[in-house]
Design a protein around this ligand. Structure first.
Ligand SMILES: NC(=O)c1ccc[n+]([C@@H]2O[C@H](COP(=O)([O-])OP(=O)(O)OC[C@H]3O[C@@H](n4cnc5c(N)ncnc54)[C@H](O)[C@@H]3O)[C@@H](O)[C@H]2O)c1
Length: 331
C-alpha cells in the first residue's frame, strides 16, 4: 500500500504541500528552517517524513522515479545494504522501478517488512528482504550467495549500511568505537566486494557503489571514527576501481546530503546546526533520498556509466564546494 502521504507520479499534485514527521503533524520540527526539503514531483516516503516539502515549478521528467528510467536496469540484480531506510531505501525503490531485482539487506527487520509492504502493490517480486548484519563476515557472504541463488546473477553492489554513532572528541574516542566504525564502513564493504567479484567476472562487468561522507573528506569535528572509516572505504573503492578495471567492474563513491532517517535524528538533536546546514546549502535544501540521491546511484549502476570508475560524486546540492556548517553539541 502506498504511504498515505505519498503522491503517485500520475496524480495531479498540489502546488504547495507540507508534511511533518510522524508524531509531529501540525507543528514544525525545524522552526528556523523553511523549507528544509523540496520535492519536485513525488514526495517519497522519506521526504514525507521530513519537515517541510514544497513543489517546484520545474517538474521532474527523467528522474529515477518516473517512467523515463523504466527498463534501464531490466534483468539486472542488485544488493543494497542498509536498504530498509533513508538513502538505501530510496536506492532500493529507484532500482526496482528501473527494472532490477533487488536484495534489500538490512539489520532492521521491521523496517525491511515495511518497505516490502510499501512496494508490494507496484513492484511485487522485484524486491526481497534479508536480515543481514554487515559487520558479520559470514552474513555478508550469505547475502551475496542469496542474491545469486535467488535471482540467478549479481550485477550491482551498493554498500550503504551505517549504524550511526554518537559524537565524541578525538581524545575520548574508544578503541571499540573506532574498530566498530571500521567494521561497519570498511570491512563490511570489503567482504561484500570480495564475495561479489567472481560473479562480476562471470558476467563480464559489475558495479560497486559505496556511500561515503563529506564528514570524512572535510574532517568534520567529533566523528573521527566515522570520518576515518569512510575515508578508508573511499580509498578501498579507488583501489578496487584500479585493480578491477580490467574486468569492466566500475567502482565509485557517492557522498550524499539527504534528509534520511539518520539526518532527521541528527536534526532533532542539533536543530541549530541542521538549520545552518540547510540555509547554507547552495540549493537551499537538503536532498531527498529517492528523488535526489537515488537517480545518481541509478546512473552509476547503469550501462551509461561503464567508462566511469574510481570517482567520488558529491550529491549534495553543492554543499561540498564551500563546506557545510558543522558544530554539533557534545553532551
Ligand atoms: N544522510 C546523509 O546526508 C548522509 C551524509 C553523508 C553520508 N551518508 C551515508 O549514506 C549512507 C546511508 O545513510 P542514511 O543517512 O540513509 O542512514 P540511515 O540511518 O537513514 O539508514 C541506514 C540503514 O542502515 C541499516 N543498518 C544499520 N546497521 C546495520 C548493520 N549492521 N547491517 C545492516 N544494516 C544496517 C539501518 O537499519 C538503516 O536501515 C551511510 O553510509 C551514510 O554514512 C549519508
Amino acid at each position: 500500500m502506498l504511504h498515505p502521504d505519498v503522491h503517485k507520479v500520475s496524480e495531479n499534485r498540489p502546488t504547495e504541500i507540507e508534511h511533518f514527521p510522524a508524531g509531529m503533524r501540525g507543528k514544525s520540527a525545524f522552526p528556523s528552517v523553511h523549507p528544509i526539503v523540496r520535492t519536485d514531483d513525488v514526495a517519497s516516503i522519506a521526504t514525507a517524513q521530513s519537515a517541510f516539502v514544497y513543489s517546484s515549478p520545474w517538474p521532474l521528467q527523467g528522474n529515477a522515479i518516473n517512467g523515463a528510467n523504466m527498463g534501464i536496469l531490466e534483468g539486472r540484480v542488485a544488493i543494497v545494504t542498509g536498504g530498509a531506510a533513508g538513502i538505501g531505501r530510496g536506492i532500493t525503490e529507484a532500482y526496482a522501478r528501473a527494472g532490477a531485482s533487488v536484495l534489500m539487506a538490512d539489520i532492521d527487520v521491521a523496517a525491511g517488512d515495511e518497505v516490502i509492504d510499501y512496494l508490494a502493490a507496484e513492484l511485487q517480486g522485484r524486491v526481497s528482504f534479508m536480515q543481514v548484519d554487515v559487520t558479520d563476515k559470514a552474513q555478508v557472504h550469505a547475502m551475496v550467495a542469496q542474491a545469486v541463488s535467488q535471482f540467478g546473477r549479481l550485477d550491482i553492489l551498493v554498500n550503504n549500511a551505517w549504524r550511526g554513532s554518537g559524537f565524541a572528541r578525538l581524545e575520548e574516542q574508544t578503541d571499540e568505537n573506532m574498530r566498530g566504525a571500521f567494521d561497519m564502513a570498511l570491512m563490511a564493504a570489503f567482504w561484500a566486494m570480495q564475495a561479489s567479484l567472481p560473479e562480476f567476472r562471470r558476467l563480464g562487468a559489475g558495479r560497486v557503489i559505496n556511500l561515503c561522507s563529506l564528514n570524512g573528506v572535510n574532517a568534520h569535528m567529533y566523528s573521527a571514527d566515522y570520518n576515518a572509516g569512510k575515508e578508508a572505504l573511499r580509498t578501498l573503492t579507488r583501489t578496487a576501481a584500479r585493480e578491477w578495471a580490467e574486468y569492466q567492474v566500475c567502482c565509485n563513491v557517492i557522498c550524499p546530503g539527504a534528509a534520511s532517517d539518520a539526518y532527521q535524528r541528527f536534526a532533532r538533536s542539533n536543530p541549530e546546526n541542521a538549520a545552518a546546514m540547510a540555509n547554507a546549502n547552495p540549493m537551499g535544501r537538503i536532498g531527498d533520498p529517492l528523488t535526489d540521491i537515488a537517480p545518481v546511484a541509478l546512473f552509476l549502476a547503469s550501462d551509461d556509466s561503464r567508462y566511469l570508475t574510481g570517482n567520488t560524486l558529491f550529491v549534495d546540492g553543492g554543499a561540498h564546494i564551500n563546506g557545510v556548517h558543522w558544530a554539533p553539541k557534545l553532551p
